[in-house]
Design a protein around this ligand. Structure first.
Ligand code: NI
Length: 130
C-alpha cells in the first residue's frame, strides 16, 4: 500500500499461483485483490458480504445456486458481476483468466461455508503483493 499508482498487469506479473489473490490496495475497509485463475474453484458462500468480480483478461464463469435453480454466468474481459451475499457460487475458468475482486478486508476466498477445499485452491484472506 503506497501513495503511488498500481499497474494491475505489473502486479499480476509478480506471481504465478492460481486461485491465490493478492491485495493490491484497500479502500475504507475493503480489499482490492487480483488473482490468476484456471480450472475450477470450490462451491462456497459468503454469509455477510456480496463479492464483486471484474475480469481483466480471459473469461470467467461463475456457477450460482439460487432459490430453486442453478445457472452459470459467463464474464468476458471487461465484464463485472456481483455475487449476492449468501448465494453459493463456484468460479471457474477453463482457459484461464485474470480477475479483480472487491470485498471487505478479512473475507475468505472459500467463504463461510464450502465444499471440501481441493489442493489447488488457496483458502486465504488475501496475500500482500511482492
Ligand atoms: Ni466467493
Amino acid at each position: 500500500m503506497t501513495g503511488e499508482p498500481i499497474d494491475l498487469h505489473g502486479a499480476l506479473a509478480t506471481f504465478e499461483q492460481l486461485w491465490s489473490p493478492r491485495i493490491v490496495t484497500q479502500m475504507n475497509d475493503y480489499d482490492i485483490r487480483v488473482a490468476k485463475v484456471a480450472g475450477e474453484h470450490v462451491w462456497h458462500s459468503h454469509e455477510h458480504t456480496d463479492e464483486f468480480f471484474l475480469v481483466l483478461d480471459g473469461e470467467l464463469s461463475i456457477a450460482l445456486r439460487e432459490a430453486d435453480a442453478e445457472r452459470t454466468v459467463v464474464l468476458g474481459k471487461g465484464s463485472v458481476f456481483v455475487v449476492p451475499r449468501g448465494v453459493e457460487h463456484k468460479p471457474s475458468a477453463a482457459g484461464g483468466a485474470s480477475i479483480l475482486m472487491f470485498e471487505p478486508t478479512g473475507t475468505s476466498t472459500v467463504g463461510d461455508r464450502h465444499d471440501p477445499v481441493p489442493g489447488h485452491v488457496d483458502a486465504t484472506t488475501g496475500h500482500t503483493l511482492g
